[in-house]
Write a protein that binds this ligand. Structure first.
Ligand SMILES: C[S@@+](CC[C@H](N)C(=O)[O-])C[C@H]1O[C@@H](n2cnc3c(N)ncnc32)[C@H](O)[C@@H]1O
Length: 276
């Protein structure tokens, strides 16, 4: 791939999804675009760029973003966030909460929202509050990832970090994949709403207040301006007593937004001026 083509692709990735691809990512992008070129029977990345910028551009853009997005994730990834969530939800239940809203922004193939769902559903049942109004909104830019998430079928090995207890309660053998694949049970599926949402294009068509926002391992791909726009939206949507979880390798400290650090990678909204 020549540099001019790569630079145009970088520009599109940045403009459309806020994804900042460094020059060092050229080989990676080439490999990922290569796969899509073969599907379209194209041999030259320049021809692929022409498709992306041509009449079919709008529909090809989805495939392009699917190709360049890094979807790496796992069940119970960065497990301390889930332990904290458990403690916080328990506290809210004891305080008489009647409603719980959680947003998994950049949910990839579903492991994050389903991990949240297992934990909270189980907790609600154990606390005698199984009918509490509880919903998880799970969003991502990648339609491919969202498709896999909504299907909710995983190799047994991938689900194992959840532990035998959750696995038995919330998963069943998949009729398609045989015994090696497990499928999320309907009760867990019903708590999660999957939607496509581009975090680089605020304002988002969402309303708060949201009690917990998981926005993990996605800001790492964004430049400061994109992170700032996203951070402002998160601030707008997060409940005054809510918690924001970000990836362990990420930080909001350079954005100057009114968040305060609760623990590294866990934030709260800073108290309003004048409020105690
Ligand atoms: C590395 S995964 C993180 C998944 C999960 N949050 C976790 O921590 O395991 C990053 C996800 O961000 C999504 N993504 C990248 N750019 C995005 C954007 N502009 N808007 C929404 N999602 C985006 C990718 O499609 C991918 O699924």
């Amino acid at each position: 791939m020549n540099s001019a083509v790569f630079d145009r692709l970088r520009e599109i990735a940045h403009r459309q999804a806020g994804i900042a691809l460094s020059p060092a990512k050229k080989t990676l992008v080439q490999g990922r675009i290569g796969r899509r070129c073969r599907e379209l029977a194209l041999t030259d990345p320049a021809d692929y760029l022409a498709v992306l910028e041509g009449e079919q551009g709008a529909s090809e853009l989805m495939h392009f973003l699917d190709a360049i997005a890094t979807n790496h994730t796992s069940f119970m990834r960065e497990v301390d966030h889930f332990r904290r969530l458990e403690r916080e939800v328990l506290e809210r239940l004891r305080a008489g909460a009647t409603k719980l809203r959680i947003w998994s922004a950049a949910c990839s193939t579903g492991e994050e929202p389903y991990s949240i769902g297992c934990l909270v559903l189980d907790l609600l049942e154990r606390c005698g509050r199984p009918t509490l109004d509880f919903k998880i909104l799970a969003t991502d830019i990648s339609t491919q990832a969202l498709g896999a998430a909504a299907k909710g079928c995983y190799d047994r090995q991938r689900v194992e970090p959840l532990g035998r207890y959750y696995l038995t309660r919330f998963f069943e053998n998949s009729s398609n994949g045989g015994a090696s694949q497990l499928r999320v049970k309907q009760c867990l599926r019903d708590t999660v709403l999957f939607r496509r949402l581009n975090l680089a294009q605020p304002p988002f068509p969402l309303n708060g207040p949201i009690d917990f926002i998981f926005c993990r391992n996605v800001m790492i791909y964004f430049d400061r301006a994109t992170r700032l726009g996203l951070g402002r939206e998160i601030y707008r949507l997060l409940s005054p007593k809510g918690l924001l979880m970000i990836g362990h390798a990420e930080s909001l400290s350079d954005l100057g937004l009114p968040f305060c650090v609760d623990r590294p990678s866990i934030y709260r909204r800073a108290p309003e001026r004048g409020a105690r």
